[in-house]
Write a protein that binds this ligand. Structure first.
Ligand SMILES: NC(=O)c1ccc[n+]([C@@H]2O[C@H](COP(=O)([O-])OP(=O)(O)OC[C@H]3O[C@@H](n4cnc5c(N)ncnc54)[C@H](OP(=O)(O)O)[C@@H]3O)[C@@H](O)[C@H]2O)c1
Length: 351
């Protein structure tokens, strides 16, 4: 029996396939090499860490994890009572010093916001601040078309996720520069890293795209000055930010717990400009690279329309049906049917 030479078309296709797989594998391989590095000792940056949004979800887990590693904490959040509760809970487990500061990031660039940033600068004066974790963010109103929600909600999201993060970073950098060392972690989102679009959560994912670019540029800008800036990217983590709609459509094995996520995330601090903590999350990132953009786009809009229906009810579907020509259903007063006062998006129904 003779072995026949494969036809040219078969050979060409096989070569193209091999090239595609190698190109796609370069990124995870380079990343795996970095996994082998030893975690940095966070104390070498300084004895204090600042965490924004530490009263729930990933921020809370990160605050506990840093305290477990012996770092003192400055905790910044909206609500004084929640901050006190978090501080007490950490102190009951770890012997660290904790300062709390009420800072509503949605007020940046207002007199109140300026005053809060000034208080932050005062509070950290004289402290050896080595680490800043920019974690706080919001994702309300969830899955909506851009024209449907009250614009104030998007403005608030942009202020918290993008503008607030920038101002806090600018306020903390001088103390790190003075000591010639520091690390900054900016928490991003898989919505910008793994997929080409994130329709209906467009403003949220766009704010995270800004954070990704800011982080990379700051990484280059401050590296030579001893400051490591890193963009950390969670995919799905079981926190309050995952709405009932998202949870209803998720396979459990895709979802990390906040504690598992942050335990790994903390070991990556200072190790390169980008990190996707956790093996399952890395695997999701890698696998999404094989999917063509048009498939992502098709799947995402379908899935997010389902989120929208679960979150906002069948009326949203009617609005969608009518909005093919660009018109959404709006009540006669001109306010969006998905605005803040219609009761469908209470504080516990966040994304
Ligand atoms: N969970 C996920 O699957 C996931 C996926 C991708 C990215 N992320 C990112 O992970 C980070 C943490 O999210 P999470 O899931 O832990 O959400 P979360 O449980 O909702 O926590 C958000 C934190 O930010 C605080 N915050 C909200 N608005 C604020 C404001 N105006 N000023 C100051 N603090 C404010 C919240 O304080 P209050 O409790 O007082 O409201 C809370 O402590 C975010 O950057 C998010 O974009 C999460």
């Amino acid at each position: 029996m003779t072995i026949m030479d494969p036809p040219v078309w078969f050979f060409s296709l096989a070569c193209l396939g091999a090239l595609y797989i190698s190109a796609i594998s370069v990124r995870p391989l380079a990343y795996l090499v970095r996994c082998l590095r030893r975690p940095k000792d966070l104390h070498r940056y300084g004895s204090w860490a600042i965490v924004t949004g530490p009263t729930s979800g990933l921020g809370r887990s990160m605050a506990f994890e840093l305290a477990r590693r012996g770092l003192n904490l400055v905790l910044l959040d909206l609500n004084a009572a929640n901050l006190q509760e978090t501080s007490d809970a950490i102190k009951s487990l770890h012997s660290v010093a904790i300062k709390t500061l009420v800072l509503d990031l949605s007020l940046v660039a207002t007199p109140q916001g300026d005053e809060a940033i000034r208080r932050l600068q005062e509070a950290i004066q004289g402290l050896q601040v080595g680490l800043l974790v920019n974690n706080a963010a919001v994702n309300t109103p969830g899955a909506v078309y851009l024209h449907e929600a009250d614009i104030e909600r998007f403005v608030r999201m942009i202020r918290v996720n993008l503008w607030g993060l920038t101002e806090v970073t600018a306020a903390v950098l001088p103390t790190m520069l003075a000591r010639g060392r520091g690390a900054i972690v900016n928490v991003g989102s898989g919505s910008t890293l793994a997929v080409p679009s994130f329709p209906l959560y467009t403003v949220y994912s766009s704010t995270k795209k800004y954070v990704a670019h800011l982080s990379r540029s700051l990484y280059v800008e401050y590296r030579s000055k001893g400051i490591d800036v890193q963009y950390q990217v969670p995919f799905y983590v079981d926190t309050r930010m995952l709405s009932s709609a998202v949870k209803a459509k998720l396979r459990p094995w895709f979802v990390a717990t906040p504690d598992d996520y942050t335990r790994t995330a903390a070991t990556w601090i200072g190790n390169g400009p980008l990190c996707v903590p956790g093996a399952a999350q890395k695997l999701q990132w890698w696998l999404t690279g094989f999917v063509p953009d048009w498939v992502h786009d098709w799947y995402r809009i379908r899935l997010h329309l389902q989120h929208r229906e679960i979150l906002h009810g069948p009326r949203a579907v009617i609005a969608n049906g009518n909005s093919r020509g660009g018109q959404a259903e709006r009540p006669p007063n001109g306010n969006s049917s998905l605005g803040p006062n219609n009761g469908s998006l209470g504080p516990n129904n966040r994304d």
